[in-house]
Design a protein around this ligand. Structure first.
Ligand code: PSU
Ligand code: MN
Length: 315
């Protein structure tokens, strides 16, 4: 922590953008978007165009986008144009998980929020629907490294619906699904009985529940509330269309190389996921990036539809 932390003013509570505040007050649909994918998951300068495109997709589906990040020690729920640009271009943006929020606020740091930090802030602000690319989870070789994303434990105790293309395929997917079961996180396949594989349409693993419409997702959310409030998250696993998926053979080959390089170079902690995503992009000649973007776009659009169905629910 920087030595001048004690000279700072008291940390500020999260700031809601005027548009997000108004939407929440009038029960208008809102979709939370994370910023780590923008700052650390996509190459520049394309990341800024993607950030703007994703907000546009939410709007065109009739909902308000709320991209979440921490700027100069203050959490923001809904960013203006200049703030979004800063998240995408400022090289000083850290990667903030849930546990990093308090020190970032106390020291005036700036950073992009992961799924764990975004879901926490979104739920606290009263947002119920969140879109991302792929969740973090249990890494391959977890028995040696103990690397399990903080996303899982945070989702286990946060009442939010998160639309994703499953968990990242760089992970140990069966182990991650097992952890989600242990942690009590409800998982729905959207239009599929097979858990999606992030860059790939299917991970090959089955899911226990399948839904086919945004209204069916809203019905499950309502049932969570009837049970006494969502004890944990609702994961809506939305597969990337087959036409947009990465070639599975190319995926497996390049991923094996990337994992070996990660191990050889001793990369650990928060750096692992950005490193592997970047290596996959390079090793596939950009094809993994296109599959990642196709998945994120579809998730953001579906999240906007779900937030619409949720806002329109009977009282
Ligand atoms: N989805 C993507 N790209 C990403 C992420 C999700 O398509 O970069 C980010 C999310 O912010 C997620 C994080 O929380 O990766 C997981 O990082 P880790 O494995 O270090 O917990
Ligand atoms: Mn990790």
């Amino acid at each position: 922590m920087s030595s001048n932390a004690s000279h700072r003013a008291h940390p500020c509570a999260p700031a809601l953008s005027p548009e997000v505040r108004a939407a929440l007050a009038t029960h208008h649909p809102v979709v939370a978007l994370e910023s780590t994918i923008i700052a650390h998951g996509l190459p520049r300068p394309r990341n800024l165009r993607v950030a703007e495109e994703l907000e546009g997709l939410v709007r065109s589906a009739g909902a308000v986008p709320a991209t979440i990040a921490v700027l100069d020690g203050r959490a923001h729920i809904g960013l203006d144009k200049a703030q979004l640009e800063r998240v995408a271009t400022d090289p000083g943006m850290r990667k903030l998980g849930h546990r990093d929020l308090a020190p970032a606020m106390a020291t005036g740091a700036s950073g992009a929020t992961t799924v764990s930090a975004t879901a926490f802030l979104a739920a606290r602000a009263g947002l119920r629907v969140f879109a991302t690319g792929g969740l973090g989870g249990v890494h391959r070789e977890w028995t040696r490294t103990q690397d399990e994303s903080a996303d899982l434990r945070l989702l286990a105790r946060t009442g939010i619906t998160v639309v994703c293309a499953g968990v990242k395929s760089i992970l140990d997917v069966p182990a991650t699904l097992q952890r989600l079961e242990t942690l009590g996180v409800t998982v729905l396949g959207y239009g599929t009985g097979l858990f999606p594989g992030f860059y790939l349409t299917s991970s090959g693993e089955p899911v226990d529940w399948t839904v086919r419409t945004p209204e069916e997702v809203a019905d499950v959310m309502r049932a969570q509330d009837v049970l006494g409030g969502p004890g944990g998250a609702l994961v809506v696993a939305n597969p990337v269309p087959v036409a947009d998926q990465l070639d599975p053979a190319l995926h497996d080959r390049v991923l094996a190389e990337a994992l070996a390089e990660c191990r050889e170079r001793g990369i650990v902690g928060q750096a692992v996921t950005p490193f592997l995503l970047d290596r996959l992009m390079r090793g596939t000649g950009g094809a993994s990036l296109e599959a990642n973007l196709a998945a994120v776009r579809a998730n953001v659009s579906l999240a906007a539809q779900i937030s619409g169905a949720w806002a329109a629910r009977p009282p």
